[in-house]
Design a protein around this ligand. Structure first.
Ligand code: IPE
Ligand code: IPE
Ligand code: MG
Length: 254
């Protein structure tokens, strides 16, 4: 009889010396998950917190160095006011509650996006948790909040243009590395694996430059149902994919 994914424990199958350095996740499907239970979308967001724990503890457990979670996009500001407020409240509560778990797991918290657009109380909670976990040396957990990849790229172009204008940089000196060094993620390696839950196959304005060569993994489950084993399966599939970077299979294997 064939085993289902729930029966196979993927953790044991992983090559721990060949882990992706950086995993990025588009946590999608909270609203639809709630709908299947006959509940309001906000109930789905609340239940998504457990899956955040699964993903971050899973990464910390096996030694992945970077995990970036898409938690709130610039476009998400256009959702109904009540949902936006509930998400901000949930963010504050969750950060407050989870600091202990972050410490226990040696996880360093980080954030990217236009954080100054978040409510003051949110910014405060976030900064406090970032400070308190700044000496942790295990996983770096980056939350993308009020984040848009196109805005990030626009910010990068403005900074570089200003440097050229000031005479600090020649246009001919602009290389892909220089561009990468001016993105919000300048101190994080590019994601090698990008996961999106909910069956939706789109990127929704997330890390467009950085995922140039990431392996994409789309999972049918809604985010609140995401487990460590789903994470480990995605990593297992990643490890069993030949990454050719434009070359031929023979060049990679020889
Ligand atoms: C992801 O779930 C959470 C956020 C975008 C904040 P959604 O809220 O997008 O849920 P669906 O995709 O509408 O089901
Ligand atoms: C992407 O999900 C943003 C986050 C997960 C925070 P959305 O639900 O907002 O994306 P679309 O609307 O399906 O593209
Ligand atoms: Mg969605």
């Amino acid at each position: 009889m064939e085993q289902t994914i729930e029966q196979i424990s993927y953790k044991e199958l992983l090559a721990l010396d060949h882990l992706p350095q950086h995993i990025a996740i588009i946590m999608d499907g909270n609203g639809r998950w709630a709908k299947t239970q006959g509940k309001h979308r906000i109930f789905g967001h609340k239940n998504g917190v457990k899956a955040v724990r699964e993903a971050s503890e899973g990464c910390a457990e096996i030694g992945v160095k970077h995990l970036t979670l898409y938690a709130f996009s610039t476009e998400n500001w256009n959702r109904p006011q009540m949902e936006v407020s509930a998400l901000m409240e949930l963010l504050i509560m969750t950060i407050g509650k989870e600091v202990k778990t972050l410490q226990k797991n040696n996880i360093k918290l980080n954030a990217i996006g236009h954080i100054s657009l978040l409510p003051d109380s949110c910014q405060k909670a976030l900064k406090k948790a970032i400070n308190e976990t700044s000496n942790n040396t295990g996983l770096t957990l980056t939350l993308a909040l009020s984040y848009s990849s196109r805005v990030e790229i626009t910010d990068m172009v403005r900074t570089i243009a200003q440097k050229v204008k000031n005479g600090q940089l020649e246009p001919s000196e602009i290389t892909p590395d220089i561009i990468g060094n001016h993105l919000y993620t300048h101190n994080i390696p590019d994601p090698e694996l990008l996961i999106r839950t909910s069956g939706e196959m789109r990127i929704s304005n997330f890390l467009l430059w950085q995922i140039a060569y990431a392996e994409l993994c789309f999972i049918e489950k809604y985010w609140p149902d995401f487990t460590k084993n789903d994470l480990f399966k995605a990593i297992y599939d990643f490890q069993n994919t030949e990454r050719r970077f434009g070359m031929t299979s023979e060049q990679i294997t020889n």
